[in-house]
Design a protein around this ligand. Structure first.
Ligand code: ADP
Length: 268
């Protein structure tokens, strides 16, 4: 059982985490990267953002963290436009998001247990509580024997599990992962996949940017495919009993996103 505890007080803004992207575009300079992206992600969904390298997957994740601002359109979390959120509340919002970066971004001078403990220490949790949570997570993710190792001594899979542990130790409502299996072998990849399933089963919204088709299939996740900055298809999770709905022109999507998009029920 993966332990998840809150590191900050609950707030209505943060607890539910319905994510709505309303016709967002993002450009760097004059170069458009995302174009008129409209979608809704329900609380607790497991979503894979797929597409070739350069399609705009990482940029989408950066926008969701608030690290980057949209050029056009708006991102709402539980009805609140991120652009309207004051700085201190934005900090709380960010603490409720766990992020697994493509290169993991583990802190080289800290051990595995210290890396995982770091976000809790920033929150000012008592040492005994930090030790308890970190110990439980390392056991759950089978990295406890590396507790005193430094990142340079870890395999790709161990680095990934350490990064995931650090991302979930503060009990995020949303977990964002950028190519989490990009640097791991198939066995480690399967292990990571099981971890995502468990995190999702506990109610966390999990959004994974990946070009790993096998990962998407094995997860049975909703798949949002991006080409050249546009959503070209949005396939419900396996077992949702809907036909794939191809979004040929994102501009024609109704406001409010996926829930109002026509899909064809085939059962269930
Ligand atoms: P993906 O994650 O699908 O590989 P990215 O979102 O990383 O795609 O990048 C999409 C495009 O945006 C690429 O052409 C990339 O070079 C460009 N890009 C990403 N970040 C920046 C940035 N900070 N400044 C300028 N261009 C960027």
């Amino acid at each position: 059982m993966i332990e998840m505890q809150f590191c900050i007080p609950h707030s209505a803004f943060i607890l539910v985490s319905m994510i709505v992207l309303k016709g967002i575009s993002k450009s760097y300079g004059s170069t458009p990267v995302l174009r008129d992206v409209t979608l809704t992600i329900d609380p607790g969904e497991l979503v894979c953002i797929t597409g070739k390298s350069g399609a705009g997957k990482s940029t989408l994740l950066h926008l969701l963290t608030g690290a980057e601002a949209v050029t056009k359109g708006g991102i709402e979390v539980d009805g609140v436009d991120l652009r309207a959120v004051p700085g201190p509340v934005m900090q709380l919002y960010r603490r409720r998001i766990g992020i697994v970066f493509q290169d993991y971004r583990l802190i080289g001078r800290l051990t595995v247990s210290e890396n995982i403990a770091f976000p809790l220490q920033v929150c000012g949790l008592p040492d005994a509580e930090v030790d308890r949570r970190v110990g439980t997570l390392m056991k759950d993710l089978e990295i406890q024997r590396h507790a005193r190792s430094f990142p340079h001594a870890l395999s790709g899979g161990e680095k990934a599990r350490t990064a995931i542990a650090r991302a979930i130790v503060g009990k995020p409502m949303i977990l964002l992962c950028d190519e989490p299996t990009g640097n791991v072998d198939p066995e480690a990849s399967k292990n990571i996949l099981d971890i995502f399933k468990r995190i999702h089963a506990q109610g966390t919204t999990v959004i994974i940017a990946t070009h790993d088709a096998a990962l998407v299939t094995a997860l049975g996740a909703r798949r949002i495919h991006i080409e050249d900055g546009r959503i070209v298809s949005d396939t419900p999770r396996a077992g949702a009993h809907y036909r794939e709905h191809h979004v040929l022109d994102a501009e024609k999507l109704p406001a409010g996103g996926r829930k109002k998009v026509k899909v064809t029920a085939i059962g269930g």
